[in-house]
Design a binder for this molecule. Structure first.
Ligand SMILES: NC(=O)c1ccc[n+]([C@@H]2O[C@H](COP(=O)([O-])OP(=O)(O)OC[C@H]3O[C@@H](n4cnc5c(N)ncnc54)[C@H](OP(=O)(O)O)[C@@H]3O)[C@@H](O)[C@H]2O)c1
Length: 324
């Protein structure tokens, strides 16, 4: 089979598109013929050896896949060859075939295209867990989303509106903000041009926002936290800007607010039933056309390094998907 291979940690330009042996499923695994795999920011870190876990090279990056089951291990029940599935794996998805544990495979709802299915799980799963389980977002809350046009950011805008919040979207360009508006944002802030804290205060009658969704970190985290409301919830999603902010803790005391960590992948592993409930709700909303993944672009497998590069260059809105 053809695969994108990382044979030593480094930038996307170092990845190779080569022929490798087909993987074989163990007793509790399934072999999937991959039809689509979306790119997530962690993929750009994994290939550089900068993520929380470091797979031993050679390996293929890519975690969010949709495809057709080709073979199943002898202990696998309920899944069989020919079934269309969505699966989340740590890596291995940027290949024509991937082996995953049967327990991380879900039947693909027929209303999903392969591209939408690959773009769905991590982005919506993370934002729904963050807003529902961690922030306990309520109807009428004000929600500030940083990096609001990005893969997870745009789903937070969309879900925030669906859950009844007033959504303030912050992003770096007018084009990205226009997309956030299309996805329901009530207010827009260009944080490369406007002062984030004073603009949020202005938009909220000096009260601040109830919930902040932050997948960016870096220089925007502290001004955002300074614009949080009394008893607000600040969701720590990720650090796409590169720097992990060091926050003066007196800010949490002064607003009686919570700084709340969000690690969706670990939640999904530790609490599969709760994650399944969230996933079923998201699939229902998708079926009712209340959710609509934004596909920025699709690329063939051979061009996956360019897709990863575009994400690192901050050039992507919504999701990019690799089609096999
Ligand atoms: N906690 C969890 O469970 C979980 C799950 C999934 C993802 N994440 C994390 O969430 C973050 C976003 O992931 P994603 O897949 O949504 O990525 P993405 O699509 O690339 O979105 C990241 C956004 O961050 C902003 N940004 C600011 N500075 C940047 C920089 N130097 N390089 C790249 N982007 C920059 C960009 O928006 P502007 O240009 O508008 O600023 C971009 O749209 C990552 O840190 C990822 O690891 C966490």
């Amino acid at each position: 089979m053809k695969a994108i291979i990382c044979d030593s940690y480094g930038p996307p330009s170092q990845l190779k598109y080569i022929e490798v042996e087909n993987p074989k499923p163990a007793a509790d695994e399934v072999l999937i013929q991959v039809k689509a795999c979306s790119i997530n920011f962690p993929d750009t870190l994994i290939i550089q050896g900068l993520y929380q876990f470091k797979p031993e090279p050679p390996f293929s990056p890519g975690s969010d896949v949709a495809g057709i089951i080709e073979a199943v291990g002898e202990n696998v029940k309920g899944l069989k060859p020919g079934m269309e599935v969505i699966a989340l794996t740590a890596y291995g998805g940027l290949a024509e075939k991937v082996v995953v544990k049967a327990k991380v495979c879900f039947p693909k709802p027929p209303q999903f295209s392969m591209v939408n299915a690959a773009a769905f799980m991590m982005a919506y799963g993370t934002s729904y867990y963050a807003l529902k389980n961690r922030a306990k977002l309520k109807e009428g809350d004000t929600l500030l989303v940083l990096g609001a046009s990005g893969g997870v950011g745009l789903t937070a805008v969309e879900l925030g509106k669906l859950m009844g919040a007033r959504v303030i979207a912050a992003a770096s360009t007018p084009e990205k903000l226009a997309l956030c508006k299309k996805y329901g944002a009530d207010e827009l802030i260009n944080y490369t041009e406007e002062d984030l804290k004073s603009r949020v205060k202005q938009l909220t009658n000096k009260k601040g926002v109830n919930v902040i969704y932050d997948p960016v970190g870096g220089q925007y985290a502290e001004p955002a936290l300074r614009a949080i409301a009394w008893e607000g919830r600040y969701l720590v999603i990720g650090f796409a800007a590169g720097d992990i902010p060091k926050i003066p803790l007196n800010l949490a005391l002064l607003k009686s607010c919570q700084i709340v960590g969000v690690f969706w992948g670990a939640f999904a592993k530790k609490f599969p039933m709760e994650n399944m409930q969230n996933t079923m709700q998201l699939i229902t909303w998708f079926g009712e056309q209340k959710l609509n993944p934004h596909i920025h672009a699709t690329y063939p497998l051979a061009d996956a390094p360019q897709a990863l590069e575009a994400m690192m260059q901050r050039k992507v809105s919504g999701k990019i998907v690799i089609e096999m």
